[in-house]
Design a protein around this ligand. Structure first.
Ligand SMILES: NC(=O)C1=CN([C@@H]2O[C@H](COP(=O)(O)OP(=O)(O)OC[C@H]3O[C@@H](n4cnc5c(N)ncnc54)[C@H](OP(=O)(O)O)[C@@H]3O)[C@@H](O)[C@H]2O)C=CC1
Ligand SMILES: CC(=O)[C@@H](O)[C@H](O)COP(=O)(O)O
Ligand SMILES: [Mn+2]
Length: 380
């Protein structure tokens, strides 16, 4: 019986992780957590009987304690609560399905406690990959990618020698505005932005897909996960999200992982790695599909990708600025306080003013995040 805890159990990845648990029947969920969605946490607690529930919001945690007073479960709150969940003594795997760089500290806590990490939370690697990857090596834990592209690469690399990799080809859908030019993005609405062509996901990552910030974050995530430099990572637009990513090897062979857009597959692969299990669901029908097309990403219109590449090349604390600025800009866009193109403006201006700190430690990363937020709040 595998034992897991989930950071962000009420979100898109969190609930699909529980779908995988339900379908397999041999995983015990010992810990669940959320920001403040106590209604769903209560339902999950009654179904999965975790020992610990971490709720970020203190009042929501109190509300949950009242709702679950008939159950034998410990409820904790705040960052201390998330850290307690991350290091739960009995768990084997920590699923990091929380959104944003708030995942850094719990991920590190899990690693230090010897947990394998099923990692969906890309913002953590983008901002603190230089700390997390060596830490995982030091503590002998595996980082098992959940993000579909990284899972595809991980699957394509199975049984292969890393030194024989020539390049990684990360596929992108192009988002809901693929084919539009900058002028046509001025007045796009939140509702339009949230219509991803292929995937149903949380709101933040759905906006990131539309700006191509998601692809930029994924390039940085891949760099850390697979130890490949930026010159050997290429983004290819494949609008239907059928090819989840590819690896080109030194002999010219290209290995790809294909499938219907269904996050349960990479989640299940991470939870059972290296075992591959049956998964109920739609299969690819190549007769219906007929063709798979490719395009170059439009780097002049969708600035999320080139700005991410600039941040990655600058290194040090710059990816933190890129990510923190994006997190706050997306929050404001979701609140309809700013327009779509303002997201690029906020990220660009935040990066322009930043003096890079080389090799920042955790305190410096969190200080850069706070300072970036403060500066943005004073202007937008
Ligand atoms: N969705 C997808 O298909 C994919 C997602 N990812 C990545 O996975 C991560 C999660 O994405 P997704 O599932 O879409 O996001 P969602 O917004 O759907 O879910 C986020 C989860 O994090 C919780 N949460 C938010 N803030 C806090 C906090 N301060 N403390 C504790 N928990 C918190 C939410 O709780 P509450 O419900 O209370 O708000 C919720 O459970 C992101 O990093 C994303 O980039 C990667 C690939 C695909
Ligand atoms: C499902 C998943 O992994 C998302 O990150 C997805 O890749 C978003 O799609 P695009 O960013 O390619 O539009
Ligand atoms: Mn992805």
């Amino acid at each position: 019986m595998k034992k897991i805890a989930i950071l962000g159990s009420t979100g898109s990845i969190g609930t699909q992780t529980l779908d995988v648990v339900r379908a397999n029947g041999d995983i015990e969920v010992l810990g669940i957590s959320a920001g403040r969605n106590v209604k769903m946490l209560e339902e999950q607690a009654r179904e999965f009987h975790p020992k610990l529930i971490a709720v970020w919001d203190e009042n929501a945690a109190k509300d949950l304690a009242v709702r679950l007073q008939d159950m034998d479960v410990k409820i904790v709150s705040g960052m201390d609560g998330l850290l307690e969940l991350a290091r739960m003594p009995e768990t084997d795997i920590l699923v990091t399905a929380v959104v944003g760089m708030i995942g850094i500290r719990p991920t590190m806590e899990g690693i230090k406690a010897g947990k394998d990490i099923a990692l969906a939370n890309k913002e953590t690697l983008v901002t603190a990959g230089h700390l997390i990857i060596p830490m995982a090596k030091e503590y002998g834990v595996q980082i098992l990618p959940v993000d579909s592209e990284h899972s595809a690469i991980f699957q394509a690399l199975h049984g292969e020698k890393r030194e024989q990799v020539e390049k990684l080809l990360i596929t992108a859908s192009g988002g809901p505005f693929r084919g539009r030019k900058r002028d046509e993005l001025k007045n796009v609405t939140l509702a339009d932005t949230l219509k991803h062509p292929n995937w149903v996901m949380g709101q933040k990552i759905t906006v990131d897909s539309a700006t191509l910030v998601n692809k930029g974050l994924e390039v940085m995530e891949a760099k850390w996960l697979f130890d490949v430099d930026l010159d050997h990572i290429q983004v290819v637009v494949q609008p239907k999200s059928i090819i989840h990513s590819m690896v080109e090897f030194k002999d010219g062979a290209v290995m790809a992982q294909l499938g219907t857009p269904d996050m349960r597959l990479p989640i299940q692969y991470a939870l059972y790695y290296p075992e591959r299990r049956y998964l109920e669901g739609e299969r690819l029908d190549f007769h219906k599909l007929k063709e798979i097309t490719f395009e170059d990403p439009d780097m002049e219109t969708f600035l999320g990708l080139p700005m991410a590449m600039d941040a990655a090349r600058a290194g040090g604390s710059m990816p933190t600025v890129f990510n923190a600025a994006n997190e706050l800009a997306v929050k404001k866009f979701l609140q309809e306080k700013i327009g779509f193109l303002d997201i690029y403006e906020i990220i660009g201006q935040s990066m322009d003013r930043h003096q890079v700190i080389a090799n920042p430690d955790l305190d410096e990363i969190l200080a850069v995040e706070a300072e970036t937020y403060k500066w943005i709040e004073s202007r937008w």
